[in-house]
Ligand binder design. Sequence first.
Ligand code: FE2
Ligand code: FE2
Length: 216
Amino acid sequence: MLITQTISHGQDPLQLILIKVLRPVDVHSRKNLIEERTTDAARTAAGENSNFLYVLTYGERHTMNNAIPALADFFTQGHRDCDETWVEVENAIEANDASVIQSNWGLFNRMLRHHLKIEEEVMFPKLEAETGMTAGPTMVMRMEHDQMRGLLDQMAISQANGDFQDMLNLGDTLLMLIQQHNQKEEGMLYPLAQQALHSYWPQLKDQIDATQNVEV
Ligand SMILES: [Fe+2]
Ligand SMILES: [Fe+2]
């Protein structure tokens, strides 16, 4: 591993590391057609039951293929899944359907928290151990995760109170935060982790799979 230090002079440490270490990795280059077909089949099978849909698409996506997705692809797909599910929450709010809002919100809340959890508890610790960086990008990412969870907590209260407009307002703030956060992860941190953790990824992926039913 080529990382020797993390420098902070008011610049984003992620950018510095990018300059120092990375060879370009196209995280979108391995789009998997089987995965898309599987997801479509799961959507059809799941019908209206969005909780089942999540379990089915998530499980199928990662068991149907012989080769596991690359680290960067796997976590990037997590971002896309959360984005799509938030749109379903917004749609339900627009339709003013409280029960669909509740189920879509429950799904979104769980998906996003689970994504943050597997980064913090599986991927980041290994990356920190491999690179020796504990006060750099992963620390920034963890702080942003805390901000996201704070917004999710507030949104859960709004949802429970039936204040859906407040949910949307908080959701706008959350989405802005997520967008900036995901750009940093997809553009820098994931390619870095993919390189640094290449030989550990199958083992890390098993650890992630074991967290599917864990409370988040
Ligand atoms: Fe993250
Ligand atoms: Fe992420």
